[in-house]
Design a protein around this ligand. Sequence first.
Ligand code: ORO
Length: 308
Amino acid sequence: TTKTKIGNFEFENCFMNAAGVYCYDKNELEQVINSQAGTFVTKTATLQSRPGNPEPRYHDTTLGSINSMGLPNLGFDYYLDYLLELQKTHPHRTFFFSLVGMSTEDTHALLKKVQESDFKGITELNLSCPNVPGKPQIAYDLETTEKLLADIFSYFKKPLGVKLPPYFDIVHFDQAAAVFNKFPLTFINCINSIGNGLVIEDESVVIKPKNGFGGIGGEYIKPTALANVHAFYKRLNSSIKIIGTGGILTGQDAFEHILCGASMVQIGTTLHKEGPSAFERITNELKAIMDKKGYKTIEDFRGKLKYL
Ligand code: ORO
């Protein structure tokens, strides 16, 4: 079985979409619900709906993808209303709600609305969008992040996790983990796309916003994703679970994320390329690896990466 747990919630399968892919509206989210995925996360919602950046803004390459969507979304109320509806139609399932404000004030307004609502699922605060012109990736500023989380947990009492950008320095892993360990986070999610890469075909960039700069996903980013999952697995309080995201094309990739400590794994670029049937393929591939090795549950090997 590929069942898993995050906080007090159980999921039939450890696979789900990564925020941004197959989660813009009810139609896309329903396709994920009706796939083999254990749950879904919504597109990152902002207070007001947003059209996002000019097109073309997403491009597939042989080894992955580049995007600069700019947080196009239907607005907080659309996703909350749908999630509340699903609590009635799917009372035994738990879904993730991704959100972030366009300002600190907006982020608090959004989280206060979640706190006051009947939402019973898990909230994922996106601290790592690389694509809104003029707005930094919040979690690269640990002082701002610590203050933000301190203010949030003064009123927010529901399960909350954060979506993180990749870190690349051991001292940054130490410093970031020390901040996250101060708070009752349910999970962290490593990693968002690697920000501000540049893909060129012939003589030109391939996406319009920011003269072609965008977040890199897919096969390119698996080593960075695995390093982030494992670095935080080794540093965080065991109560903070880890969602692994980045470079999962196959069951082997998922196996590696779980070996590094991930309790749940998210699929972005591959889901965009292949559609929701990717969940069945990758789940079957992971199950085959587990069968061959005699692992009955993901807890049998989670975090048990071997060193030389
Ligand atoms: N793209 C990403 O790669 N990550 C985010 O968090 C958001 C976007 C986007 O909407 O551009």
